[in-house]
Design a protein around this ligand. Sequence first.
Ligand code: DGY
Length: 422
Amino acid sequence: MKTRAIAVMRNNDRGHYTVPTHGLYPFQWNWDSALSALGFAHFDEPRAWTEITTLFAHQWDDGMVPHIIFHQEDDGYYPGPDVWQTGRATPTSGITQPPVAGFAVRRIFERAKDSALAREKAKALLPKIHAWHQWFYTMRDPQKTGLVAIIHPWESGRDNAVDWDEAFARIPTDGVGPLNRRDTSHANPEHRPTDEQYKRYIWLVQRFRSLGWDNSKLHDASPFQVVDPGFNGILIRSCADLAMVATALGETEIATQSRALADRGLAALETLWSADHAQYLCWDRAIGTAIDSPSIGGLLASFAPIPPQRAATISTRINAIAETCAYVVPSHDPTHPAFDALRYWRGPVWLIVNFMIANGLQNAGQTGTSERVMQDCIRLIDESGFAEYYGPHDAEPCGGDQFTWTAAMVIEILNIQRAKAA
Ligand code: DGY
């Protein structure tokens, strides 16, 4: 299985970056790259560092790292650079994605066989990743709550999660021309977001574009401002991990600042806890209410070093969800009316999220659930190959296939399982 996973990664390797999959996603995506680097690190350490270094070569002056870098022309994807119009020499999108890079860099750094290379690369990346973290807390938390908001569903990575439905219903669609969707020609339209959602995705892009992509204006100008516990959990974890790398490299100022950001985020994350749902919930900042949606976002927060009793409750909750489907962890609660088994982030299982949840639960001592989640990942691959995501009832492979980060997570999980067995 590892050999097949490496072949998938090599096949999607474009030299200094990887595409998530041929056809559907023909450019470099932010969190895909950082997580894929974890896979590369097991068989080609220099290539792992190159992946993240390329990503940060396209960081904006204000600190943001964009969610797509359009390294080459390809009209097989919409919306392309002509829609974003961000004015970059190498075109990029104008929004960001979950900041997993701090986590990835620590993991690659600490287990590096070539420690001289690791120190050199990590040292170069450290201030850049820190600047991105600071950017989040400056631009996406202007009221200094300790939690950042996303201003576009694509920033969460969970594009069409049920979490956004009510907030999204308030987004207008006026001024959005005909859609030129290409995703539905590469993947089954039943597995993808709807046209109604796409119109709103594009409306937001047009709104931000009209403000010249000035991040000091975008948060307050966006009618979509949602605080996602999963997204914040990733940011907190990355700040905490970056603090560890900074300490190892003697960069005490970055270490202290990163630790402080993580601590403040962790304290604020508590405000998103729902005792009723036994998980965290999203918060609709635009109207000041909790979002009553039991999605994986509230479980993914366990990737952060949350209090042990919270991790224990989330572990119990995942075991309860496991009674309702064949493969955990579905991206939405299968017993909830909005659950949609095969449609992108409204039900399917994603290996990257599973890996992060398993990692967080392992750190919190929830070993049994962590192992169960990882075993289900391997069962999904056995059943259905390296898909983008999977039906939680029948392992149906969905979205794109031969997927880079799915392969990377398989390599990680096989490695963890082998180390445990030894
Ligand atoms: C897409 O195009 O489906 C992406 O998720 C947006 O980043």
